[in-house]
Design a binder for this molecule. Sequence first.
Ligand code: HEM
Length: 484
Amino acid sequence: MASFKEYWILMGIFIITGYCFWFWKKNKMEKKGGVPKGNLGWPFIGETLDFIACGYSSRPVSFMDKRKSLYGKVFKTHILGTPIIVSTDPDVNKVVLQNHGNPFVPSYPKSITELLGKFSILQMNGNLQKRLHALIGGFLRSPQLKATNTKDIENSVKLSLASWKDMNILYVQEQTKQMTFEVLVKVLMSIGPGEDLNYLKKEFEEFIKGLICLPIKLPGTRLYKSLKAKERLLNMVRKIVEKRKQAMEKSGEKGAVAKDAVDVLLRENDEANEKQSLPLDFISGNIIEMMIPGEETVPMAMTLAVKFLSDSPIALKQLTEENMELKRQKTESCDDYSWTDYVSLPFTQNVINETLRMANIINGVWRKALKDVEIKGHLIPQGWCVLASFISVHMDEENYDDPYQFDPWRWEKMGAAINNNNFTPFGGGQRLCPGLELSRLEISIFLHHLVTTYKWVAENDDIVSFPTVKMKRKLPITVTPIST
Ligand code: HEM
């Protein structure tokens, strides 16, 4: 057995070798001309501690701001185990997102890549990603889906809101999560409330706990437990997909409109020739993986809208008036709401834009360069990661006056800017979020029924941005029904 002294000598050699390797790598990278300026920080940990500390503060963007003022809008740093080039420049972000000629591929921490699987839409590249993106995007944007979905979302929101009146205190983050999960699972695989939904929810929660964790796959570790949960999820979803395929073959029902994402992907199987068809395992895996970007984002947007509105009574008043007017018209005409009713209220849409701008639920995207890429004179060398930071653009006073002010009225002046590079809560280019319109519809329906049913008082709570955006206390509120 090694003595205490030998142990320390070995440790010393290990640390010195590691440091020399890091120093060599740092010098090599810095010698490459055109690489943006910046600091790679300490060996191994780089500038991660400052990055995390800022993520826990009320100004997560201060990490970027400090470096932007020292090195310019594009700089290099070393965070979460990777040397990375950070772009806070909307034009550079646009080129990264558009990804013409596919020089960039998605890059995630090791635990995420382990859990996603090789053929997940989130990390695939090339033609198969494009095909899947087009199929899912086309389905989620279709007016037929929006029409049927509007009823489902309304039911889920109304049921949940009805239960609020008996609660002394309720947690908006929890409540919105429950209602949006139901909608998501219905859209993806037509499962309604009941045992299957509860099982899916339980296993999915276990699965996503491992997305950001140490990438060690031994029994008992977080990653191991999450992988096991994914296996159970896959078993369940595979059975659903198989059953649906058999039913489809039996009825020969090819012409009807797809009712959910499973249907869309199975039809593609049917319509394409055998060689190009999507394997059932591929379909099941992707259905689960599509739950990841949908599961937390929409409820967090709803929760943060409630938070920002609680702090801005004038905006809340205008939002309530606009929605009360729609409710009054609908009550008088006895008509059902259509999806266009919800998304055409201008101030409500401005509130949603402003919420998404300030919430930065996805604060940026990580890519890896497959070859040297030069953008606006900045070199992103092959093998380097680049972070296109959306939060830096959304909170930059060059792009938005008084960016920390919740100001839905700014969108009255900026209307057309929604498609502009300065506003990218849903990303852009090749991987623009296919759930964009569904998300906006869900948030619109939630806000409509919330402000026309209740007044509320929110307790003090803070937003945390690391590892993902959350409310520290899940946003506790007390509600009082509005008499109309
Ligand atoms: C407020 C809500 C949402 C926000 C802020 C959001 C944001 C984003 C962003 C920024 C991306 C781009 C990621 C990248 O470029 O790597 C993305 C992609 C994606 N989103 Fe969303 N999302 C939301 C809701 C949803 C919902 C409800 C669904 C599903 C029904 C969904 C499904 C997807 C999928 C499948 C992708 C991957 C697309 C691809 O790589 O081709 N998202 N989302």
